[in-house]
Design a binder for this molecule. Sequence first.
Ligand SMILES: CC(C)=CCC/C(C)=C(\C)COP(=O)(O)OP(=O)(O)O
Ligand SMILES: [Mg+2]
Length: 367
Amino acid sequence: MLQQILRGPSGLGTAGLYLPLLQAPTGPSDPSASAEPAEQAAGRPVPGLYHHPIPEPDAHRVEEVSRRIKAWAVEEVELFPPDWEDQFDGFSLGRYMVACHPDAPTVEHLMIATRLMAAENALDDCYCEDHGGSPVGLGGRLLLAHTALDPLHTTAEYQPDWAESLHADAPRRAYRSAMQYFVQQAGHSQADRYRHDMARLHLGYLAEAAWAETDYVPEVWEYLAMRQFNNFRPCPTITDTVGGYELPADLHALPAMQRVIALAGNATTIVNDLYSYTKELASPGRHLNLPVVIAEREDCSVRDAYLKAVEVHNDLMHAFEAAAADLAAEVPHPVVLRFLRGVAAWVDGNHYWHQTNTYRYSLPDFW
Ligand SMILES: CC(C)=CCC/C(C)=C(\C)COP(=O)(O)OP(=O)(O)O
Ligand SMILES: [Mg+2]
């Protein structure tokens, strides 16, 4: 029943909602996974991690999205200097977004998600992390960048200075442009949902930065609270816009839907903590992630902490799936079911991307 809800319905009236790519979880090495199989998936899953393998994303879509996102990054927003090109390519944005949005009707719909993903990562790298980022002064930078998503309404005297500021650095150019494309496709409540989710994200960045400034290692539950905000949430919650339909605001606002979304976002984000663990250990200073916080706060070896973090992830995934199944049973509205499947697809695609992105991530030697 749960698999049916999250990965494809059956029965009268549901044929239009059927998502063939999600119906049968397939190992990456299954040659029947796609009509024209892409290169065999690289990387291996974290041992013991509860996840759903997906078929290889459509190679033609990946190629086209990759081509268009590079053109946008270079020609429209000057996203990165030439010496960051390898890192941009290695991020594999096209593969990521095609994997996460199997029900996108067109490549242009996929581009909506891909531009936003590029912009979100540019801001994280340039403002918060190792491409010139710093916790010092982050709040001011974040707030000004947020106005590229949620515009300033001010007097004629001050408006031009603000408008000019949106071209001042790569994160603001990217936010502004990606948002312009997004609002062309999204309804007003979908755009407002996205702004709210981005405000949540920026709040999470600020808590992480405040703790870094005072060298505070949070309790595990405090870390999980911060990571619920510094979180992939803005990505799965646009699944309806990228799918070319709209989950109405009142259904999105249901407490049960909010719980499903939060649990999905949390599971996807702890996946990042697990796959990026060795990358973050190698970066300067102490980079908080769930295994690091568990080791410090629960006084255990890094291996035991990592394995406990896997269990935390698995519990979040099970809670997400149970909450989604309950909601689908309580509110069997076709758009709710489609949205829940879209979120589940994003969860699975996100895992696939982390597992296979061996340019960026490698597993620790704990097994
Ligand atoms: C795409 C998006 C909304 C990202 C926001 C937050 C974010 C960058 C992550 C959840 C990824 O975590 P992290 O900053 O640890 O990324 P890497 O481990 O450096 O890939
Ligand atoms: Mg990480």
